[in-house]
Design a protein around this ligand. Structure first.
Ligand code: DC
Length: 223
């Protein structure tokens, strides 16, 4: 698949494993620059949720592809509306993260989401977060970042996020779950999670959000 360039607006691509903090960091970078923001993981989570509601298995590529293509979704600030229902919290649940990772292995599902992701590229620029932003969707991104953190730090962050949202959580289960997800995301044959050549590596294990944001802004200024 060779994605077409949809506009000349600059893109900052931030890829990395689950719960690495890239969502928060990417949103802050976007705010700082006045850029648009794409949370590509939310699209896969939406496919996970929409198919769950219809009783469709994450193994059924043929049935999942039309769901991905026809997602009736509106991004309203930090709220995500699917078929008129606010699903912002539902898609953040661990079960939907797992389903997202499972539906994301299918080439037809990924293909069905390409145009939707390109549509976020608008003036004055875009910060896109995901797994394949630099390697597949925005290969001409001016700034490419591979953001990670240790599995333990990520499990702890995810634990705190879930508790803050009022969900129950177990840190050992979360750690195992994110290791499984890393394994699936990095080893699938279609657009696996990987750092592309030329990407800046940012390990945020012992960094604050502000430090990570400032580092990315510095890299972007140089470009
Ligand atoms: O970033 P996240 O945890 O919300 O992503 C959920 C899942 O979606 C992730 O485990 C794999 C998939 N995903 C993907 O395959 N490609 C992307 N660009 C973003 C997410």
């Amino acid at each position: 698949m060779s994605p077409k360039v949809t506009s000349n607006s600059p893109v900052i691509a931030i890829d990395g494993p689950t719960a690495s903090g890239k969502g928060t960091v990417a949103q802050k970078v976007a705010e700082h620059l006045g850029y648009h923001y794409l949370d590509s993981g939310a699209l896969y989570r939406l496919v996970g949720l929409a198919s769950f509601k219809k009783g469709i298995s994450t193994a059924s590529e043929q049935e999942l592809a039309p769901i991905a293509k026809e997602l009736n979704v509106i991004f309203q600030g930090d709220r995500i509306i699917l078929d008129g229902e606010d699903v912002s919290d539902q898609i953040r649940q661990e079960e939907m993260g797992k389903r997202a990772s499972e539906v994301a292995i299918h080439p037809m599902v990924r293909q069905a989401l390409v145009a939707r992701q390109h549509a976020f590229r608008q003036k004055p620029g875009l910060v896109a977060d995901g797994r394949d932003m630099a390697s597949a969707i925005f290969t001409d991104a001016v700034t490419k970042v591979y953001l990670t953190a240790s599995a333990e730090a990520r499990a702890e962050r995810r634990y705190k996020q879930l508790i803050a949202k009022g969900f129950s959580a177990n840190i050992q289960v979360l750690l195992q779950d994110l290791r499984d997800r890393d394994e699936r995301d990095a080893n699938r044959s279609n657009s696996p999670l990987k750092a592309v050549e030329g990407a800046h590596h940012l390990d945020t294990t012992s960094m604050t959000i502000e430090e990570a944001v400032n580092q990315i802004l510095k890299w972007h200024q140089v470009n």
